[in-house]
Design a protein around this ligand. Structure first.
Ligand code: NAD
Length: 378
């Protein structure tokens, strides 16, 4: 078996889908790993480090030649995959709903046309045995951390309370909206920096988690449609009544905040709008909003990915790829997710991975020349 690791080509992508650690482990399964020269540059991993771990280093063409498995952080350009083995696997974050030329659905269609088996790692089901393979969790965790650091860096005041001879500096008030994996890490990070932290979510199960991290839950009570939890622990869209009550609660709370971190996502849909321009206008000048949902359209009215927007004196930031701002750790965790996936399904006798039905059906986008995933067919 040959496993290919390509250099990421998307703009702003700094991560790499394998590390020397995972190269060693994949090799131990009995596969050969070929890494494109320079693939680890941004993550501070040299060709030499990959070579010492047992990989061969070469050009994209050399690396993909005859490969049965191609790993990626983002989906590789189908044009790079002309010489892979027939029916080869493409294992990456494939962003099938992504917008833009040559990405999203059109790229999935191209994988199908090329007879490749495209496996979207972000479609990994949220089941206990797949936790170690979950790229959304590993990357969101780092993103939640980085969001707080970037907000702190943009904020003109300090996070912790400080008593100095020249007077007291008050603690920043930080509000986290959306308490999934990223939000929990954002709460923990803001607490470590000394902020007073509060948080909200539509899933009432998060209340306890918020409190266990020493933050204050801000929740709508006694309104129909409050459950907020759909399949797989993800959020659902909320009733109109709930949305109205939530907007009112958030409005009064937000006016008193210095830092707001938004992380709310609903799978397969644009990010829900949590903060309007009118609400921003009630915030203090100098406050900072970090919108982690920027790549999905943003939770905040006016967010422009990768730009600092100032509205009513409030700074709004959002990045198109937050984990890429922590290239080394983001690569390390992403690469382990991919290795955990390969090794969980590795069949020693066949010398290759064989997927089971539950996970195969969830993540397989294309096979035998066709798009086969029900989330893309519906
Ligand atoms: P996500 O990235 O899909 O969304 C982020 C958060 O935004 C969620 O908590 C969601 O409830 C919240 N949200 C959505 N709409 C909102 C709104 N209008 N207002 C406020 N908040 C809103 O979520 P996630 O980080 O992927 O986590 C979702 C759940 O899945 C969590 O309970 C997490 O612990 C669980 N999870 C399980 C596994 C596993 O078992 N393998 C892996 C990862 C996550």
């Amino acid at each position: 078996r040959k496993v290919a690791v390509l250099k990421e080509r998307a703009k702003g992508e700094t991560r790499v889908s394998a590390t020397p650690e995972t190269v060693k482990k994949i090799t131990a399964l009995g596969a050969a790993v070929a890494v494109e020269s320079g693939a680890g540059d941004h993550a501070s991993i040299s060709d030499e480090a990959f070579r010492s771990a047992g990989a061969t280093i070469g050009s994209a063409e050399e690396v993909t030649a005859g490969a049965q498995i191609v790993l990626g952080v983002q989906g590789p350009d189908p044009a790079l995959l002309g010489n892979v083995a027939p029916g080869a696997w493409v294992v990456a974050g494939l962003d099938p709903f992504g917008k833009g030329e040559g990405v999203g659905r059109s790229r999935v269609d191209a994988y199908a046309a090329a007879g490749l088996e495209a496996l979207a790692m972000e479609f990994m089901p949220r089941i206990t045995r797949a936790q170690s393979m979950d790229i959304l969790s590993s990357q969101s965790n780092l993103a939640g951390y980085k969001a707080v650091l970037m907000a702190a860096n943009t904020y003109g005041k300090a996070f912790p309370m400080m008593m100095t001879a020249a007077g007291t500096v008050s603690a920043a008030k930080c509000f986290v909206m959306g308490v999934g994996v990223a939000g929990l890490q954002a709460i923990a990070t803001a607490r470590r920096l000394g902020a007073q932290v509060s948080a909200t979510d539509v899933r009432s199960a998060t209340k306890e988690q918020i409190m266990s991290l020493g933050a204050k839950p801000i929740f709508v009570e006694n309104v129909a449609g409050i459950e907020g939890e759909g399949s797989g622990g993800y959020a659902t869209e909320m009733s109109e009544e709930y949305q109205k009550a939530q907007a009112e609660l958030v409005s009064s709370h937000i006016a008193k905040q210095d830092i707001v971190i938004t992380t709310a996502l609903i799978p397969g849909r644009p990010a829900p709008r949590l903060i309007t321009d009118a609400q921003i206008a009630t915030m203090k000048p100098g406050s900072v909003i970090f919108d982690l949902a920027a790549p999905q359209g943003g939770n905040v009215e006016g967010t422009v990915a990768d730009e600092l927007v100032v509205k009513h004196g409030v700074k709004i930031i959002g990045l198109s790829n937050t984990p890429a701002h922590l290239p080394t750790d983001a690569s390390a965790l992403f690469a382990r997710n991919l290795f955990n996936f390969l090794s969980a399904f590795w069949d020693k006798e066949a010398g290759e991975p064989i997927l089971d039905e539950e996970i195969g059906n969830a993540i397989r986008l294309t096979k035998g020349g066709k798009v086969v995933n029900e989330r893309l067919l519906g």
